[in-house]
Write a protein that binds this ligand. Structure first.
Ligand code: NAP
Length: 247
């Protein structure tokens, strides 16, 4: 296969697992990262050690110029087949009546605007309307979109609700242009995102609220992502899959 898969935030957590799983299935992987180059280089090294192909590209999806550069680097690497809109952030636990405008702008800019801008660049390359031969866009949402995350981060939940709506809308917009657009709503997954929200133990602390009584692993999300990317999911578009242990 000579198809390129871009994974934003592909250097740690769910993105890292997705980069490795995509490489295993033969994709050339563009591993996006925001600031931790060492982590991105480690993923590229692991892929190359298994005879796969990957490059690391610094791309803060909060900056349009970074996104344009990400796609430019991907173009030079090969033909784009897949975009995984994985990069996303939480913030410190807070009630809505405590949230600043700056916090909200950062959250929405990275989680929503960043994903939509990346999808725009992918559609320009994949759509038959633009001379492309199709592709798949996988958006990482969260079960927070359905639960609302009261008292934790309603802003984050709302940003993921927007991603769900975007997934359905874009899927229908480009459904006859060879592009499938799908989403995944992970539940509580064991990654460092919880520490970045100031609560490293959050996932494990809440594990008892999950019907399966455990947190999920990044690999369990990546397995769903690579299935959605594959031709096995050829009739699946505009669909958002919960991978959440029943939560
Ligand atoms: P994570 O462990 O915190 O990893 C974040 C990754 O995204 C890193 O590669 C990081 O790069 C990158 N990143 C951070 N800010 C970025 C930005 N502004 N632009 C581009 N890349 C950025 O996160 P995760 O838990 O794997 O989450 C991945 C996705 O799944 C997110 O969209 C998240 O909302 C969603 N999700 C996660 C959970 C969960 O429980 N973990 C549940 C539901 C949904 P650097 O290392 O360079 O910072």
């Amino acid at each position: 296969m000579d198809s390129v898969a871009i994974v934003t935030g592909g250097s740690r957590g769910i993105g890292r697992a997705t980069s490795l799983a995509a490489a295993k299935r033969g994709y050339k992987v563009v591993v996006g990262y925001a600031s931790n180059k060492a982590a991105a280089d480690e993923v590229v090294g692991a892929i190359e050690a298994s005879n796969g192909k990957a490059i690391a590209v610094k791309c803060d999806v909060g900056h349009e110029a970074d996104i344009l550069n990400l796609f430019k680097q991907a173009d030079a690497f090969g033909k784009l087949g897949v975009l995984v809109n994985n990069a996303g952030v939480v913030d410190a636990t807070a009630r809505v009546d405590e949230m600043s405008a700056e916090r909200l702008a950062r959250m929405m800019n990275i989680n929503i605007v960043g994903s939509i801008l990346c999808a725009r660049e992918a559609v320009k390359r994949m759509s038959s309307k633009h001379g492309g031969t199709g592709g798949v866009i996988v958006n990482l949402s969260s079960v927070a979109a359905t639960l609302g995350s009261p008292g934790l981060y309603v802003d984050y939940a709302a940003s993921k609700g927007a991603i769900d709506t975007f997934t359905v809308g874009l899927a229908r917009e480009v459904s006859t242009e060879g592009i499938r657009v799908v989403g995944i709503r992970p539940g509580l997954i064991d990654t460092e995102i919880h520490a970045s929200g100031g609560e490293p133990d959050r996932a494990h602390r809440l594990a008892h609220t999950v019907p399966m009584r455990r947190v999920g692993t990044a690999d369990e999300i990546a397995n769903a992502v690579v299935w959605l990317m594959s031709d096995e999911a050829s009739y699946v578009t505009g669909t958002i899959i919960d991978v959440s242990g029943g939560r």
